[in-house]
Design a binder for this molecule. Structure first.
Ligand SMILES: *Cc1c(COP(=O)(O)O)cnc(C)c1O
Length: 223
């Protein structure tokens, strides 16, 4: 299978459920991204700021760049001029920094709050009560240069697919509850869940955005 064929196959698969495909291109060379681009892909996800910024500089300007990894506050400034969605917002301090940098560029940056849903110590993210506290603070409502448009979550890395399903389901339930909270900079539209190993379950449980890397580009070689 080629990258172009993989993109087409995913788009056919996802069209029915109207789920968006984020092509996760981390560690991959520009040629691989261009193959996906030529096949019609416009949304790419990266998890390292420097790599994302470099690729954005070198590749076509109509690509929408999504930051999907853990983001350090001191690096927000490199993405603020152009990033189209930040999936991994995992603290109020990070959100405030994104707001500050977005203001400098006179933009509103769309963000997803990363929820801690897995049974693993290494995963970043908020708990449900932390998010409820956050969105109800006075300060949150003063952040006019960010917009929270949804949630992101990563399930436990396990073969137990019923466990994965339960985690996605509880994220979807919280997403629905948060829809009822009315704030000017909060609008629950996107639920980013599902990767190569669990996207089918994620789609069944209501994902609107899947982040797929290896099933499109092949295994990653870290060096
Ligand atoms: C790498 C990565 C993915 C894609 O992983 P695959 O298993 O290769 O599909 C999705 N989400 C995040 C946050 C990632 O870091």
């Amino acid at each position: 299978m080629s990258i172009a064929n993989n993109i087409k196959a995913f788009n056919d698969l996802l069209r029915a459920s109207q789920t968006q495909l984020v092509a996760v291109s981390k560690t991959k060379p520009n040629e691989d991204l261009m193959e996906a681009y030529t096949a019609g892909q416009r949304i790419f996800g990266e998890n390292k700021v420097q790599e994302l910024a470099r690729k954005a500089e070198e590749l076509p300007k109509d690509i929408e760049w999504h930051m999907i990894g853990h983001l350090q506050r001191n690096k927000v400034k490199y993405l603020a001029p152009f990033v189209s969605l930040i999936h991994g917002v995992d603290s109020f301090r990070l959100l405030k920094e994104i707001n500050k940098q977005a203001l400098k560029h006179d933009r509103v940056i769309n963000c997803l709050l990363q929820m801690y849903i897995a049974d693993e110590e290494t995963k970043f993210g908020f708990s449900e009560s932390e998010v409820m506290d956050l969105v109800n603070t006075e300060e949150f409502q003063t952040l006019e240069n960010i917009k929270i448009i949804g949630l992101m979550g990563m399930a436990t890395n396990t073969d137990d697919m019923e466990k994965v399903r339960a985690e996605f389901r509880s994220l979807k339930e919280f997403f629905e509850r948060l829809k009822l909270v009315e704030k000017p900079n909060l609008e629950m539209k996107e639920l980013s869940m599902g990767m190569t190993n669990d996207y089918q379950i994620a789609c069944e449980e209501g994902s609107t955005m899947v982040r797929i890397g290896s099933a499109i580009f092949g295994a990653r070689n870290y060096h």
